[in-house]
Design a protein around this ligand. Sequence first.
Ligand SMILES: NC(=O)c1ccc[n+]([C@@H]2O[C@H](COP(=O)([O-])OP(=O)(O)OC[C@H]3O[C@@H](n4cnc5c(N)ncnc54)[C@H](O)[C@@H]3O)[C@@H](O)[C@H]2O)c1
Length: 298
Amino acid sequence: MNIVVIGAGTMGQGIAQTLAMYDNKVFLIDNNENQKQTAFQNIQNSVQKFVKKGQLTESQGMQTILNINIATPLEQLTHASVELVIEAVFENLEVKKDIFIKLSQLFNDATILATNTSSISISKVAENIPAPDRIIGMHFMNPVPLMKLVEIITTKHTSEKTLQKIVLLTEQLQKCPCVVKDFPGFIANRILMPMLNEAFLSLQQGIATIETIDTICKLGFGHPMGPLQLADFIGLDICCNILNIMAQDFNEPKYKPATILTNLVANGHLGKKTNLGFYNYSISTNKLIPNEAIYHGL
Ligand SMILES: NC(=O)c1ccc[n+]([C@@H]2O[C@H](COP(=O)([O-])OP(=O)(O)OC[C@H]3O[C@@H](n4cnc5c(N)ncnc54)[C@H](O)[C@@H]3O)[C@@H](O)[C@H]2O)c1
């Protein structure tokens, strides 16, 4: 399949790599030229790891890289028989709507338009877009090449044909498609985000340290990562946005993000991607070092 991925950040990189590993031709788009170069480099490094671990042969690794094109502008792709576009830009309704309007002008009604949003209503993104039967949510998990789940979100307009094509593609990527309705937070984040927020509130209330909260959840629930480490990994801005969207769309203050989270985000500390969140990643990449500034009222 020829597939366009818009947004070459954390998720766009993982989605592009995964699609390319399974023989799809991927056109990776970002409005930040440097980000596209960084993304390509990160994908190359990740593919190298797959090759080193024996999960891809040398030639499969090379083919994966060859399957990814970062040079062609979006406007030139309209004649490239693109069957699917997956949008993975910032978690912001207006930004996503603008992109969907542009996509509907560039591509004909046969091209499926998917969004990787974690929480924004797919129906709102699809509002006023012609042929809404080809619009669907395709919520990959981070890190995409490793995580088996794809939450697939249908609106009341999504056609059975669109759904079946996306389910089939997900299975071809060796992932498990789970189909859900268009509701705030869908299922994954509706359950995950309140749990993360309780961890933020527990830390804010001084009940336990960063490491203790994470250790309790790891050992107590058998989770591979504690909630504070996981939030750093997802991106604190993303967590904050999702909680705000759930608070607003459910009209429920219980989803409001904890102050400790909003303060970190306001200070530009977004977790692993900025090297500082609940942990400090600039000191060591092997050992988890808590961000001590949090205890001094950051
Ligand atoms: N981070 C996660 O764990 C995670 C998991 C599942 C889903 N998501 C969702 O995936 C989406 C992307 O998240 P992310 O973590 O990759 O974000 P990110 O900030 O790492 O990347 C977003 C990218 O989009 C680009 N971009 C912004 N506006 C653009 C535009 N108009 N045209 C082209 N490119 C543009 C930015 O330059 C950036 O490279 C969000 O909707 C998020 O909610 C994130």
